[in-house]
Ligand binder design. Structure first.
Ligand code: BV8
Ligand code: ZN
Length: 247
């Protein structure tokens, strides 16, 4: 794919680049997305599983679902889209990834400046005191794991109706507001407040580029959309920018 000259120039001239990623960037690593043709939510209602109500109503069902997803995620590997972002971070003096994903694949790919807006499925926390408690199993039928403060232990992820980690959200807004170029990669842009970030970048003068398999509610507002697989589009785009930078 040949990218428009202005897109290449924007990325070549940028000093500060920020990125929002969603489940689509991990799809080629074999991690199921939530919406779209084979998304998880087609079979299950998100509110029925990824919410505090669901957890309080049927904690073992929710914990077993996370345990099942955790087992799927443990062995997955970053794909070319993750590794391209890690390579870009090394080239820009100021580069940040705010991800909605809970699979830890950006860090596995070598990215350092990663803000996990919705937590991380490989971490657990106490529902009462917030302590991080890692070595618990949510095995089927076993008693609910408890913290020393007796609070129930749950995956350290943000459920629907729960606040996102405040510092991480604030920092993500700052990175968006200060970005010269903002990339939205592999997200359906329907979950808030994360979906607000590319718009915040736009309102603060950033050049916004969307890379997604299909159009999203964000598409009419961005400066450039490229519809295709992130694992194809992102490496090709970065290759053309590097050629321009090394010219
Ligand atoms: C909050 C948990 C308030 C972890 C998740 C009505 C209107 C607007 C907002 C709301 C509303 N009602 C309620 C709300 C708020 C709600 C929300 O936004 N709901 C939406 C759905 C309407 N938000 C919340 O509840 C948030 N909290 O607002 O708190 C508050 C305030 C004060 C005090 C207390 C509370 C919490 C949101 C976080 C919810 N947790 N997950 C887990 O189990 O994973 S959300 C879930 O969706 C995931 O985290 C996921 O990351 C996120 C977003 O989805 P995407 O990442 O975009 O994935 P999706 O599958 O949707 O899209 C993938 C895209 O990739 C597709 O477009 C596809 O085409 C594309 N693709 C596929 N393959 C590829 C590809 N692209 C490129 N390459 C490929 N190969
Ligand atoms: Zn506790």
């Amino acid at each position: 794919m040949d990218f428009p000259k202005n897109v290449i120039e924007q990325l070549a001239a940028a000093k500060r680049v920020a990125v929002l990623t969603g489940a689509g960037i991990s799809a080629e690593s074999g991690v199921a997305t939530f919406r779209g043709k084979d998304g998880i939510w087609n079979k299950l209602k998100p509110e029925e599983l990824a919410s505090m109500d669901a957890f309080l109503k049927n904690p073992s069902m929710v914990l077993e679902w996370y345990d099942y997803r955790r087992k799927l995620i443990i062995d997955v590997k970053p794909n070319n889209a993750h590794t391209t972002l890690a390579e870009m971070e090394a080239r820009y003096p100021y580069f940040a990834i705010s991800t909605q994903n809970i699979d830890g694949l950006h860090r596995k790919a070598g990215s350092q400046n990663v803000f996990e807006l919705h937590g991380n499925i490989l971490r657990n926390r106490c529902n009462e005191c917030g302590a991080i408690i890692d070595d618990v199993e949510f095995a089927k039928g076993s008693p609910l794991p408890r913290c020393t403060c007796n609070g129930i232990v749950r995956p350290d992820v943000v459920w629907f109706g729960e606040m996102l980690p405040v510092e991480i959200l604030e920092t993500s807004y700052e990175k968006a507001a200060q970005a010269d170029v903002y990339l939205s990669v592999g997200t359906s842009a329907v979950v808030y407040p994360a979906a607000q970030l590319p718009m915040a970048a736009k309102q603060n003068g950033a050049f916004v580029i969307e890379i997604n398999l299909e159009p999203t509610p964000l598409s009419p507002y961005v400066d450039a959309s490229f519809f295709g697989k992130a694992g194809d589009v992102l490496p090709q785009l970065w290759r053309q920018v590097k050629e321009r930078l090394d010219a």
